[in-house]
Design a protein around this ligand. Sequence first.
Ligand code: ADP
Ligand code: MG
Length: 347
Amino acid sequence: MAPLLEAKNLRKVYTKGTGFLSKRSENVALDNFSLSIGDETPVFIAIAGESGSGKTTLAQMLLGFTKPTSGQILYRGQNIQQMDTQQQKAFRNEVQAVFQDPFAVYNPFYKVDHILETPIRKFNLASSPAEAETKILEALSAVGLRPEDTLGRYPHQLSGGQRQRITVARTLLMRPKLVIADEPVSMVDASLRATILESMYKVHKEFGISFLYITHDLTTAYQVSNSIVILYRGIIAEAGDVEEVIKNPQHPYTQELVGSIPLPNPGSQWMDDGPGTEAVENTMHKVTVGCKYATRCPHVMDRCRQTMPPLYQMSAGRTAACYLYDQSPELMREQLADVLYAQTETE
Ligand code: ADP
Ligand code: MG
């Protein structure tokens, strides 16, 4: 059976200038990205990278909001650029988005009730007002909100944390198969991030919903996800079991990242923003040969500057794009899911 959602060799190049009057420049926001998310085993995968590493570009492409320059996104085997209305509707149902500041898109004059009732009406999720109410109460409770604190209120009367949990509740109402959450907690108070992510994790466990948790924050990624994909300038640097990747990073870039944050302990205080948040903001990722990390890498070798390293698979649940591991077998990028799920299944 075809996977729920499959990205095949995604590449996105933003071009500036026409090349006639202004100088033409190309920015490779994402390259060579493949990942498949199955239908049966729900997964919680973090996509982590500094600002500008291509995370939002990836999310927007997976959701069908941005077209890849090359490569394909398949929803249940069907290219999402070529779906008919029926398929589009099913896709919108099954693959939901949670954004940084979801309330930016909601009308501030509508009460929370309306925000939750709209999807029920639009997607015909209940056959009676009583059933609609039950579903709303259920969804609120699943994300740890009390109806008396939220219903009848306007978005601005809620805290940032409550608002983001309303979004998770709204997402839950639609019973999607997959939620793509792009920096869902980066705009809420650090002290509230844990509870919101926990509500996402709870929804994942209880309702079998897969999550792609996109973040610049390694600490929250570590706390909440099972597997992680580390992006560096639009390229997968390393991927695998989150415990392994954070505690025993293999790629020199991940080593640098992890070295720059206090090692997270489960149950400890959640850290503030992750490393390098603004470091490469607005950096143009020119079309280059070789490893994108070569200029910063303490282990750089000649070959690193000549050809981009493939992904090497060091163990069942572990891969890194680095020539230090060229003794290990190469991993076909389409096989990345196998590496990510190797541990999820044994859990
Ligand atoms: P992240 O979400 O990891 O911060 P983005 O996907 O937003 O990264 O950006 C990746 C790269 O693509 C950056 O260099 C950014 O400047 C560029 N970029 C993103 N969106 C656009 C756009 N609409 N037009 C041109 N360049 C863009
Ligand atoms: Mg982003």
